[in-house]
Write a protein of this length. Sequence first.
Length: 133
Amino acid sequence: GKLNGPAVEIKKKSINSVSVDLDMQAKVNNNFDPSLDIDFDISFSKSCIESGDETVLRLGFASSNFVSDTDSSWWQDVLSLGTSYLISKLIDWYSDNCTTPPSISRSVEVNLGDEIDCEDLELSVNDNGDLII
């Protein structure tokens, strides 16, 4: 297989989410290592929590739309007598049927103090895929 572009690409999907593209290689003993492409989205959220005299900003992160794919170059398929193709298909089948796609949901809390009004803070993703608060 071949890797397409940078190993890690993050692009804006919406005002509060990004698409992540990971291009890697799967390690296969005694054979060619097929390319492994993993794609998923991360959504961001914001909430304000009043805790006594303090306000806490909670930033949420949640993954979704997990997709994986493997591929070998044509010459690897030929030289391996087709086993590279079969290994790629086996890895695809396993990722589709034998594992639960990772769903990650995490949050980070920050005490804001008296000077910052949590409700005035806006959360967005810019055109470069950066999270802006």
